[in-house]
Design a protein around this ligand. Structure first.
Ligand code: ZN
Length: 381
């Protein structure tokens, strides 16, 4: 194992003074709390394991779905201590069996730490055992009690993540004489391990006061996600009924399916559910359930739209492909786009309908079925 991350989320955030008394790391900003925001933007291939140090009651209350929703990271929970140093120690000790080469320790209240800074810290550990980002003060600083100016050049903001060779930080937590340290670099320095300081980023500020929340809201990047959907149904050549594609009735033999077999809507639904990490259409509307027998697939589309709204996402664009020999899709594309934009409350310019034949090859080419695929991009509001 190479890299592990310890995310400290045990704090109670008393300085934020929010009316609901929710610790800041769990306050939802639109659809994500600070921990979720950080994890959403963290590259998947950096850490083999992420230990989130948190009070079990808080984990249950605010992070119960985290592992499932962020399945692309390997997340574990570790019980926090009654101060930062103890929480960090619990995180480090929880990694003893795994024994990673490098570990980064990060405060959950710094959700804007970016991948570039994180990767730089990891790289620095090839040359040192402890590394911390810092930034210089640029404000005029006055030490009130003595009423005298202090040289700005000797004051630094120390940030997290702080990066360590695992054995060094394990040793520091075991041997340190400190008991309530504000960061982990102080612990390694306390046992005479040299620190390499690298330039941090102003955007990687710690959310502490109400003002910081405003700043976070202005700075945070939009979360964008993508989803893909595919569906295929067989043509019922014997039926006299009409075909339904994206809600448009077309004079062509219909498709066979449990519902109205609208491959277009089904592919769109799967792409939206995929983008929301909500499995697929069959999971929500089981085709063994009589309730959905001959159902109008508009119902499934409306359900997907509700999920988007619930999770506070909007569609950036939706691109749909039909693959069939007949009918001529282009003839009906305008009506299809109208239907889609009505259900999803979406500007028509954001929807594209394209069509391909299968060059008369295999089952689609033989006019036995119609397939559709859909790609959607969504963004938080
Ligand atoms: Zn289907």
């Amino acid at each position: 194992m190479n890299n592990a991350l310890i995310l400290l989320a045990g704090g109670t955030g008393k300085r934020l003074n929010n009316s609901k008394k929710i610790p800041k790391q769990f306050i939802k900003f639109q659809s994500y709390n600070l921990i979720e925001y950080f994890l959403q933007n963290l590259d998947q291939n950096i850490f083999e394991i992420i230990q989130i140090v948190v009070k079990p009651s808080m984990q249950k209350k605010y992070l119960s779905k985290l592992k499932k929703e962020f399945f692309f990271h390997k997340i574990n929970f570790v019980t926090s201590g009654n101060n930062r140093q103890k929480s960090s120690k619990n995180g480090i000790f929880s990694l003893r069996k795994i024994n990673p080469k490098k570990v980064l320790i990060h405060d959950a209240a710094r959700p804007l730490a970016d991948n570039q800074l994180i990767k730089k810290l990891i790289k620095e550990l090839d040359q040192c055992n402890a590394c911390s980002p810092y930034i210089k003060h640029n404000d005029y600083i006055k030490y009130k009690l003595l009423n005298s100016k202090i040289d700005n050049n000797v004051l630094y903001h120390i940030q997290t993540p702080q990066a360590f060779n695992f054995k060094s930080i394990l040793k520091a937590h075991t041997l340190t004489s400190l008991v309530n340290s504000n960061d982990d670099i102080s612990l390694t320095e306390n046992i005479n391990i040299k620190t390499k300081y690298i330039k941090g980023k102003k955007t990687n500020f710690k959310i502490t006061y109400k003002d910081d929340i405003e700043l976070f809201n202005r700075l945070k990047i939009k979360i964008r996600r993508h989803g893909i959907g595919y569906d295929i149904h067989k043509i019922n050549t014997k039926s006299k009924k009409k075909l339904t594609l994206c809600g448009v009735k077309i004079s062509h033999p219909p498709l066979i399916g449990h519902s109205d077999a609208d491959v277009g809507y089904h592919a769109i639904c799967d792409s939206i559910l995929g983008a929301l990490s909500m499995r697929d259409i069959g999971y929500h509307f089981n085709n063994k359930n009589k309730k959905w027998k001959n159902a109008n697939s508009k119902i499934f589309m409306k359900f997907c739209y509700q999920q988007l709204k619930r999770k506070k996402f909007i569609i950036v664009n939706l691109d749909i492909n039909f693959i069939c020999e007949k009918p001529n899709i282009n003839k009906h594309a305008k009506k299809m786009i109208n239907n889609i934009s009505n259900i999803l409350n979406l500007d028509k310019t954001k929807v594209t309908i394209k069509a391909k034949t299968n060059e008369k090859i295999i089952f689609i080419g033989n006019n036995e079925g119609i397939a559709a695929e859909s790609i959607v991009q969504i963004q938080n509001e």
